[in-house]
Write a protein that binds this ligand. Structure first.
Ligand SMILES: [Mn+2]
Length: 362
């Protein structure tokens, strides 16, 4: 924990950091709370590294069991918990907050005491730190991916034709929980037939039929709080030539994106490398999202791999590569893998088959 707090204190210029996003508080302290509407704040004195947490008293045991802080500031429902901020931070100090998370009513409380010009944001600094994973993070993410892939392997032992999307979703959740996951990181998104052409379609009661694309995008939250996110697209029974062509185009795009994902590469170039394959095959208009995103504790976190990103990929980044082609009259294909960018190599967490022949299922 200390290393992370030190890194934060070094990168933020303001006197104090005020962290409000529960996932960021988990990242910096190891304490994972859902405060609902109650006040949860981590205050860091960036000069002395003193830490104080303002938290609901009912979570006191969880807080004390999981972290070492300089000061514990529990509050119950009748307290004005914000007074703790005023007691901790003098009026003439500069503070940095999460502009993308701190709610407006709490900002109004802050400016009761601190000058608006003394309040800045630290989203960029925090996102950068969270984007860079270490060996421990890598090992934990690998575990999360393994639980995910084992569940998808199990799908091959059942017949999907005739089942609903929701039944497949429930099956996958049951399986990955049996392998140690605590729940889904989102979805699962199970989309059959033409619905697979909706990148964010809802898993429903549609019955899976022979000849359908079956797009499955899902992930887990592991017992240690790390997430996975992967997509495979199957074809039920038998594929048409058109389906095969679309599938193989997306696969080549996926492989091109992975090949381009090396330390030092401009992130926008990764998107362009993948997109070029789909453009050249004449399907460019049917690929309408970015090529990938970072993930680790949240299923979407820094960095964002899109054409406009001029930053370089760095060692420690964990990203997805997930090209797709979505044609409303036919259906959609997406193939998504998770990568760890290392100093001199790139590691693909996913080993689940993705060659065309392996995607035909019953
Ligand atoms: Mn994804």
């Amino acid at each position: 924990m200390t290393g992370k707090i030190e890194a934060l204190a070094q990168s933020v210029k303001a006197d104090y950091s005020i962290i409000s996003d529960p996932m960021n508080i988990f990242y910096f302290t190891g304490v994972h709370l859902n405060p609902h509407e109650r006040l949860l704040l981590l205050l860091v004195d960036n000069k002395t590294l003193d830490t104080a947490m303002i938290f609901p008293a009912l979570d006191g045991e969880t807080v004390k069991a999981n972290t070492e802080l300089t000061t514990y500031l529990p509050h119950d429902d009748k307290d004005d918990a914000f007074q703790y901020v005023f007691d901790t931070i003098a009026a003439d100090k500069t503070v940095a907050v999460e502009g993308e998370h701190l709610i407006y009513s709490r900002y109004l409380r802050l400016i009761e005491k601190y000058a608006p010009e003394n309040i800045e944001t630290l989203d960029g600094e925090v996102n950068y730190l969270r984007g860079k994973k270490n060996e421990h993070d890598k090992a934990e993410i690998k575990r999360a991916v393994e639980m995910t892939e084992k569940a998808l392997e199990d799908l091959k032992t059942i017949t999907v034709e005739g089942k609903t999307e929701m039944e497949i979703s429930d099956f996958l959740v049951k399986q990955f929980k049996s392998y140690g996951a605590v729940g889904p990181s989102f979805g699962p998104s199970v989309l059959a037939g033409k619905k697979s052409a909706m990148p964010h379609g809802d898993t429903g009661t549609d019955v899976i039929q022979r000849g359908d694309f079956l797009l499955i995008d899902f992930g887990v939250v592991s017992d240690t709080g790390y997430v996975s996110d992967m997509t495979r697209t199957f074809i039920v029974g038998e594929a048409t030539e058109k389906q095969e062509e679309i599938y193989k185009t997306v696969l080549r795009s996926n492989l091109a994106g992975i090949k381009a994902s090396q330390k030092g590469t401009v992130m926008g170039d990764i998107d362009r490398a993948s997109r070029k394959v789909i453009d050249d095959a004449g399907y460019g208009e049917y690929f309408m999202h970015r090529i990938g995103h970072g993930l680790g504790l949240d299923v979407h976190e820094s960095p964002s791999i899109h054409g406009g990103n001029t930053d370089n990929l760095e060692a420690g980044h964990v990203i997805t590569i997930e090209p797709g082609i979505y044609i409303p009259e036919i259906g959609g294909v997406r193939i998504e893998d998770m990568l760890y960018i290392d100093e001199d190599t790139t590691y693909n967490f996913n080993s689940f088959p993705k060659d065309f022949e392996s995607m035909i299922i019953k």
